[in-house]
Design a protein around this ligand. Structure first.
Ligand code: UD1
Ligand code: CA
Length: 456
């Protein structure tokens, strides 16, 4: 947008969060607060600057394609904007100021707010809302014919002012020159000994500048986060919105209240999600998938028509189409299950590929293994991939049958269509088509029990 720049304030300490980390790096709905605010700000196509201070290095590392300004000491929101004065020298267009801790604001509301500001010919406008519980927010004081007079912080407010439901969102549009001129006049004579950006509004009004207040339709959009409780409240809103948007796209979510889906997850139509499922990160799920209760996945890819029975954990792994998984399976990073693979209870898979139609139905550990098509892995099979120092690969070619309770001591290769007898400890490669038996021979001692009893 022409003649618009954006400044995001993200230098604050997060005192009330009682956190070691910058507040804007906390997450709600699967995104950091700063990431969420930036996404919305980017819809305006304007240059974006971010004021960093507390925990600045980590904030810089988490954010790209913006200009940073450092506020060395955190002396208040007005002080934070002043720290950016130099980068706006010579700029006299509109400046949208947004706090980094108000993440639910929508692009459409910002558009409407900017339009209000421009159509009204204001020098400054503040975005407000009526709150059921205005606790903690600055209150909007309106005088003559409802015009904005000033903003009073909660901690500096009299009981009459505390009764005002209209609150300051912390989002403003200023004419940049008016803003910096007024900012040089603010003082820190208040309850917090801070330089308040909110004081600029009163100063502009006192100088007979035209100041507007635009009331957002829903308080929800301008919920700020100062405490862990508020972080939780915003997280709940984002989770609910995500479930609603997926349901609008044709996904069945049986119990949205207990379903946690991160903002960047994609899910195809006709997929059914049972209660108490957690889907995180950049997971992509195809159409017609069934995900039963207590599954938790992060950065998973799940092909169409797959069925995930109860209680599986999946991290950074890929499932093809029509895969059956679980219950109680664990896919660690790098598991790749091709189409129609079946993996059952208590199977753990790490950095391993299973070719189409292969099965491992019970109690197995498969690590660093490359497994071909239509292979059968019996119950209790273990790839012994680690010798205490290094990891070694196991290769099992197409059609092989690995008998129950076998150990495959890597590095080792099981040839095409080979058979491993149950209970084998395989230490050497098995040629294609052969049967390998690697276990102690059975000895039966007749009448042994009777003789032992006689001996007394
Ligand atoms: C602020 C407003 C309040 C408004 C509320 C909306 C002021 C004085 N008050 O209060 O009227 O209702 O937001 O959520 O502005 N920050 C800095 N440097 C600082 C201090 C803060 O960058 O020195 C940043 C913070 O990281 C945060 C934002 O500014 O992203 C707001 O600061 P915060 O301390 O949370 O202000 P509130 O008390 O919530
Ligand atoms: Ca705040």
């Amino acid at each position: 947008m022409e003649n618009l720049r954006v400044l995001i304030l993200a230098a604050g300490k997060s005192t009330r969060m009682k956190s070691r980390y910058a507040k804007v790096l906390h997450r709600a709905g699967g995104r950091t607060l700063i990431e969420q605010v930036l996404r919305t700000a980017r819809t305006l196509s304007a240059d974006i600057s971010v004021v960093v201070g507390y925990g600045a290095d980590k904030v810089r590392a988490a954010v790209s394609e913006v200009e940073f300004v450092e506020q060395k000491e955190q002396l208040g929101t007005g002080h934070a904007v002043l720290a950016a004065r130099d980068i706006f020298s010579g700029y006299s267009g509109d400046l949208l100021v947004m706090p980094g801790d108000v993440p639910l604001i929508g692009g459409e509301t910002l558009d409407a707010f900017l339009k209000f500001h421009r159509d009204g010919g204001f020098r400054a406008s503040v975005l407000t809302a009526d709150a059921d519980n205005p606790f903690g927010y600055g209150r909007i004081i309106r005088c003559n014919h409802d015009e904005v007079d000033s903003i009073v912080e909660h901690r500096d407010a009299t009981p009459e002012i505390l009764a005002i439901p209209e609150i300051n969102s912390g989002i403003y549009v200023f004419n940049a020159s008016s803003l910096f001129e007024s900012l040089s006049k603010i003082r820190n004579e208040n309850a917090q000994r801070e330089y308040y950006l909110t004081d600029v509004i009163g100063i502009l009004v006192a100088h007979k500048e035209k100041v507007g207040a635009f009331k957002a339709r829903a308080m929800e959009e301008i919920m700020g986060i100062n405490t862990r409780q508020e972080l939780g409240a915003v997280d709940r809103v984002m989770r609910r919105r995500k479930c609603e948007s997926l349901m609008n796209e044709g996904v069945t979510i049986l119990d949205p209240e207990t379903t946690r889906i991160d903002a960047d997850v994609q899910i195809g139509a006709d997929t059914v999600i049972y209660p108490s499922v957690q889907i995180y990160g950049h997971t992509v799920i195809g159409e017609d998938v069934e995900i039963r209760s207590f599954n938790r996945m992060t950065n998973a890819k799940i092909g169409a028509r797959s069925v995930l029975l109860e209680s599986c954990i999946i991290d950074d792994s890929t499932l093809g189409e029509e895969v059956t998984l679980g219950p109680f399976a664990r896919l660690r990073p790098g598991a790749f299950l091709s189409n129609r693979v079946k993996v059952g209870n208590f199977v753990e898979i790490k950095k391993s590929t299973l070719g189409a139609g292969s099965k491992s139905m019970h109690l197995a550990y498969l690590g660093d293994a490359t497994i071909g098509k239509n292979v059968n892995i019996g119950a209790g099979v273990i790839t012994c991939n680690y010798d205490g120092v290094n990891k070694h690969p196991t290769v099992i070619e197409d059609g092989a049958f690995v008998g129950t309770d076998s150990q495959l001591i890597a590095p080792v290769r099981i040839g095409k269509d080979a058979y491993i007898a149950a209970g084998s400890s395989i230490t050497e490669d098995v040629p294609p088509g052969s049967l390998a038996i690697a276990r102690g021979r059975q000895v039966n001692k007749e009448d042994w029990t009777k003789q032992r009893k006689k001996k007394g």
